[in-house]
Ligand binder design. Structure first.
Ligand code: LMR
Length: 396
């Protein structure tokens, strides 16, 4: 039977990672997959994570299952991180969290929960969006549609077009919004725009689904969550998929959270039981290691301070590289063409090169950029910034 199977298409991000590994050039630069890197190009384990892991080693006395919802301390702590310590929806008892395998696990579980309980829906994704959103959310049977979000030609948000497209959505449609540090374009909604989207969602009876995978890597933990918190305080119902891969550097340990906000506690409890049913039906039991680490960090004052300081340093480094790259490009004669990169948030920006130009920087300079022109700014360093700027100026 297997002779009928065709090879899967390459994942644009992960396939680039593989080609990069094979490249023997020492000057090569990986600006593909979204992982944080130091000046030396390493992705180390964060200090607070190491300390929490030591405690886990000492304290863990069983490997038995933790239950479908995962670790309660993690679920409580992650809600504090996402929604703040005193959010009205949490205080009203209408918010529920579940530990999931990464943010991707949360996206899938929430999409599955919707299809099982509300039927197949139209899910509006931003154009562009993370390359895996359509598979993770559409893969359970939802129809995928796109709202315009960012124009590469002008390197700016297309907010008016976003709003007029969402005006055509039907009640019950789902709108997936990047909580912060938009992947792939790095352009975020400001608070006023979050308010306008919130008003539209309420007026039209849409269900907001926020994917927040880079909290803390834009401006700060609180600033990056402000739009999502504002929306969560006003809409009757909401879904949130959160990832701890980037801000805790726990990529391969796979920990995230699926969050549900319902109209009241009773509905939240019922819907939560169905989310746990989706967990059972998909992977049976949630992971625990990352959940322990994150809960330990968020609930211990000293560990929290240590983690936060390291995260802030990471963010400051990436933001410094954004400005540094723009300055260097302008010094080489770019004439302000790339200035938008300095104001964008998180790990990514579109650098605006054509596919041909991207292939030239790959072939001639060993610089790996996703074909969409998405650059992982965290892969830039003060050592390779001049080399990168020179390569870009050569191909334009
Ligand atoms: C990315 O966008 O590069 C990351 O989220 C990693 C991935 O799985 O695509």
């Amino acid at each position: 039977m297997f002779e009928q199977i065709n090879p899967a298409p390459y994942d644009p991000i992960l396939s680039l990672m593989e080609v990069y590994k094979q490249d023997p050039r020492t000057e090569k630069i990986d600006l593909g997959v979204g992982v944080y890197k130091t000046e030396e190009g390493a992705t180390p384990v964060m200090a607070a994570v190491k300390l929490a892991e030591q405690r886990r080693l000492e304290q863990e006395d069983s490997k038995t299952y933790v239950g479908l919802a995962g670790m309660p301390q993690f679920n409580e702590a992650i809600l504090g991180l996402l929604l703040g310590d005193n959010h009205s929806a949490v205080n009203d008892g209408r918010v529920k969290a579940t530990s999931t395998p990464g943010g991707s696990g949360a996206l899938r579980i929430l999409a599955d929960f919707v299809v099982n309980n509300l039927g197949s829906r139209k899910v509006w994704l931003s154009n562009p969006s993370w390359a895996n959103h359509a598979s993770l959310v559409g893969g359970v049977g939802h129809e995928i549609a796109y709202y315009p979000y960012y124009d590469q030609a002008t390197s700016s948000l297309t907010f008016d077009a976003m709003m007029s497209t969402l005006e055509t959505a039907d009640a019950g449609d789902i709108v997936l919004i990047h909580g912060c540090c938009h992947n792939p374009c790095g352009a975020d909604l400001n608070l006023e725009q979050w308010q306008q989207v919130t008003d539209l969602i309420i007026r039209k009876g849409l269900l907001p689904f926020v994917d927040i995978a880079y909290q803390g890597l834009g401006d700060s933990l609180d600033d990056d969550a402000a739009g999502m918190r504002l929306m969560a305080s006003q809409v009757p119902e909401m879904l949130i998929a959160a990832s701890c891969s980037k801000n805790f550097g726990l990529y391969r340990d796979r920990i995230g959270a699926a969050v549900l906000i319902a109209q009241n506690k009773e509905q939240a409890d019922i819907a939560y039981s169905q989310i746990l049913g989706s967990v059972r039906g998909n992977y049976s039991m949630p992971p625990h290691h990352g959940a322990f680490v994150v809960a330990e960090i968020l609930q211990d004052e000293a560990l929290y301070a240590n983690w936060r300081a390291e995260l802030e340093a990471m963010t400051a480094r990436v933001n410094g590289l954004r400005t540094g790259l723009v300055d260097e490009l302008n010094r080489l004669g770019a004439g302000g063409r790339f200035d938008f990169i300095a104001g964008q948030k998180g790990m990514f920006s579109f650098c605006g090169l054509s596919v041909d130009q991207i292939h030239r920087v790959r072939d001639e300079f060993g610089i790996y950029i996703v074909d969409s022109s998405r650059v992982n700014m965290a892969g830039v360093s003060n050592n390779n910034l001049g080399y990168l700027a020179n390569a870009i100026m050569t191909v334009i």
